[in-house]
Design a protein around this ligand. Structure first.
Ligand code: ATR
Length: 273
């Protein structure tokens, strides 16, 4: 019988998840269908219940429902607990709903794909919202030398430090040119804006990664870094594919090849890959 999966969110029409999972299903000969389901405000629990009762095997969850999914799950992975948010639900054979968050591990899988080794590196994360929170634990598990968080609103960064006590928290004005990798986890690029990071800091980084992605692979942040001479600049397409591959693995026990997936979608988006 064909298994059914969906992505829940609002809006959801733009979500690439159906394209990604249909691609995985085709490549790995999995008999499944994957749809989009729009969740009106306040309706997550009732719709998710109804869907699982009518045979849904699992789902992805996008904005603004990740906290609702966290509350809905019967059991949670350590990553979901650390994030306080769930992006993947799975109906287990015992009838329980398992909640995971694959965003941060998807990012780390993309680091592997592009050859960024975090071991003993000094990492700077810009931003202290949900996107930043979601990547901290998987990055820490790669044993970097240090993880520093900088945010316009310092109190939000200090809140993160309460959860992850190993973080260093700084103001933009206190930053010095000492980072191997700078990750932009703000939503600034979505609005074509740059976080107020001093040029000397950005310039000295060996690599930069923007969690946001743009069709052509260039965000304002990666463009700025490039213009300052940073050689290795990446947007978040690989992370998006990486988190989807991990959801697929959770549901189907097959982990899609990330580089092959990246080449396929980069081409579809018209990138030079
Ligand atoms: P998300 O879940 O995507 O992380 P969020 O919780 O709204 O979304 O957080 C957005 C993050 O982007 C925050 O860290 C925000 O900084 P503040 O907490 O100081 O608001 C950051 N951000 C958004 N626009 C920014 C900008 N133009 N410059 C710097 N930081 C920005």
């Amino acid at each position: 019988m064909t298994d059914r999966y969906v992505v829940f969110g609002n809006p959801v029409a733009h979500s690439l998840s159906p394209d990604l999972h249909n691609y995985f299903a085709k490549n790995y000969a999995q008999d499944l269908i994957y749809d989009r389901v729009l969740i009106p405000e306040g309706c997550f629990e009732s719709i998710a219940k109804e869907q699982f009762n009518s045979g849904l095997k699992g789902c992805n969850i996008t904005v603004p429902c990740k906290l609702d999914a966290y509350k809905f799950a019967d059991t949670l992975s350590p990553y979901a607990k650390a994030c306080g948010a769930v992006n993947t639900l799975k109906l287990q054979s015992d009838g329980q709903i398992f909640g995971d968050n694959t965003d941060g591990r998807g990012l780390c899988d993309d680091f592997d794909r592009i050859g960024i080794d975090l071991f003993d590196k000094r990492i700077l994360i810009i931003g202290a919202g949900g996107a930043a929170r979601g990547i901290i634990l998987p990055i820490y598990e790669r044993h970097p030398k240090s993880i520093t968080v900088v945010n316009r609103n310092k109190d939000r960064a200090l809140e993160l430090k309460k959860i992850f006590d190993y973080l260093e928290v700084k103001e933009f004005s206190e930053l010095t040119a000492e980072y191997d990798l700078i990750i932009n986890a703000t939503s600034a690029s979505l609005n074509g804006l740059l976080p107020p990071l001093p040029d000397e800091v950005l310039k000295s980084s060996l690599a930069v990664y923007d969690l946001m992605y743009k069709k052509d692979g260039q965000t304002v942040f990666t463009l700025k870094a490039q213009s300052l001479g940073v050689k290795h600049c990446f947007d978040g397409l690989g992370m998006l594919l990486g988190q989807a591959a991990l959801s697929f693995d959770l549901w189907r026990g097959i982990k899609p090849d990330l580089q092959k997936t990246y080449l396929y979608f980069a081409k579809r988006l018209g990138r030079n890959a």
